[in-house]
Ligand binder design. Structure first.
Ligand SMILES: Cc1ncc(COP(=O)(O)O)c(C=O)c1O
Length: 458
């Protein structure tokens, strides 16, 4: 982690296929002035992605101004579920802009009523209220606040504990980052809230013990008692893998929450809206949460997020006391409605499910060719990851993962920088509109690149 891609143009082989075109050095020499301007005025933290200056993005492709075109395996960090810049979404945005309503704060609007109803109809029965926000971190912050408020209403000030998971990620704001468990990212907090703890996430690879007893014992070891817990917040899959928990574990967690009057919060900011091959990622576990945090893929474009939950929890705050300036911004709402309708009408969750075996087989083939460095392959629907380790060891290899992403960038296949607790994961979340042909082309490029990166190293 923490590496930056070079912005010195480098000679690379030309590419020209239906999905990819590379015809300049990379980064494109004509884009260097923009890259340098950004380096001058933006914080260093913004230098983490492959240096393509996006000019436009359509469906599964990203274009620069210099004739290059990438097949996108990033979805712009899992946002473009319904494809980039799809005509339906653009038209909805344009129509809304032309209607003359660009902002209405918490004043009522027809647009907000339509989206809120749509979302509640998509959610499981009993989750019948939604509060719209702007970013994923805001949605997880809101769920933390609601969980604590619920706990206090049930057990007084003792019942404010929030249980998160090691290697969890819920955003970069104070509360969301405290509940998350990313090593090395929380050092700035220093005075951790003693009522926020993490337990191991049962991914089965880094944490081999996947029994639910491990949750109970780990919680006990933190000193927090079940009656002090207000909420358990879990990513439906941990983004770092993507890592899923075993189904029996999550079902036991649901029972434990019920037995202790604890809210179960699924952070679906990444997993929702078809990504895992079902509308909601948590459907895989066969349980329902009490609160759902969502964001990213809901609009496939403009910023919108929110919390969906049980009325008794969502209604804890009186009029005017749980609000947000940009709640349900009408232009963002229009984009979200168009994106959701496309996800539903085109059965994009179904497309993700149908393509899952192709994605998994392609990645397993790569792992079978290099079992010593591809430590773990995981995924569901159209989200997957290759976790790269040092040859023959269970130790993350972020440098090799970075090299793979950079080489793919040079070949017209776009990933975001490696993720994972140690930067070891090459993550694969293409738009859910991708065809089998495009997916196979991307997988072939990835396979060839992994071979090259490994032989370049040896
Ligand atoms: C699971 C999860 N929760 C929350 C967030 C935070 O969302 P945002 O960056 O929109 O604040 C992210 C972002 O990557 C995420 O993956």
């Amino acid at each position: 982690m923490g590496k930056e891609f070079s912005i010195e143009p480098k000679e690379v082989a030309g590419v020209d296929t239906k999905y990819r075109r590379i015809q300049t050095k990379l980064p494109a020499p004509g884009s260097v002035a923009t890259l340098e301007a950004l380096r001058k005025v933006e914080p260093i933290s913004m230098r983490g992605q492959p240096p393509v200056v996006w000019d436009r993005a359509e469906d599964v492709q990203v274009y620069d101004k210099h004739g290059n075109m990438w097949l996108d395996f990033s979805s712009g960090v899992l946002v473009a579920n319904a494809g980039h810049g799809m005509p339906e979404v653009r038209k909805a945005i344009i129509d809304q802009v032309e209607s003359g309503l660009l902002h209405n704060y918490c004043f009522p609007s027809e647009e907000r009523a339509e989206l809120a109803t749509f979302l509640v109809d998509l959610a499981p029965e009993g989750l019948d209220k939604v509060f719209l926000l702007t970013t994923g971190s805001e949605s997880t912050e809101c769920a933390i606040k609601l969980s604590r408020s619920y706990g206090i209403s049930k057990g007084g000030n003792e019942k404010i504990g929030i249980v998160g998971f090691v290697r969890g990620f819920h955003g970069r704001t104070l509360g969301s980052q405290q509940v998350g468990g990313m090593p090395g990212q929380k050092d700035w907090i220093v005075n951790d809230d003693p009522a926020i703890v993490q337990v191991p996430f049962p991914d089965g690879y880094w944490t081999e013990n996947t029994d639910f007893d491990h949750f109970v014992l780990s919680l006990e070891a933190t000193g927090m008692k079940p009656n002090q817990v207000a909420g358990v917040m879990v990513e439906t899959y941990q983004g770092v893998g993507p890592d899923f928990a075993p189904i029996p574990y999550v079902q036991a967690l649901r029972e434990w929450c019920d037995a202790n009057d604890v809210l179960l919060v699924f952070d679906e900011v990444q997993a929702g809206f078809g990504r895992c091959g079902t509308m909601w990622g948590f459907e895989y576990y066969g349980v329902h949460p009490d609160l759902i945090c969502f964001g990213k893929g809901v609009s496939s474009s403009l910023p919108l997020s929110g919390v969906i939950g049980r009325s008794d929890v969502m209604d804890l705050y009186p009029p005017g006391s749980m609000t947000s300036t940009h709640t349900g911004n009408p232009v963002c709402v229009a984009a979200a409605l168009a994106s959701l309708k496309k996800i539903v009408n085109d059965d994009l969750p179904g497309n993700a499910k149908r393509l899952e075996p192709i994605l998994q087989d392609g990645l397993t083939d790569i792992q079978n060719r290099h079992p010593d460095v591809v430590g773990n392959v995981t995924g569901k629907g159209l989200v997957a990851g290759l976790q790269i380790v040092r040859a023959g060891k269970k130790e993350p290899d972020p440098d090799l993962a970075f090299d793979i992403v950079e080489r793919c960038f040079h070949k017209g296949l776009l990933f975001f920088a490696p993720v994972g607790s140690w930067g070891q994961t090459v993550k694969i979340p293409p738009p859910l509109t991708i065809t089998q042909e495009a997916l196979k082309e991307g997988l072939a490029v990835l396979a060839e690149t992994v071979d090259e990166a490994i032989s370049a190293r040896s």
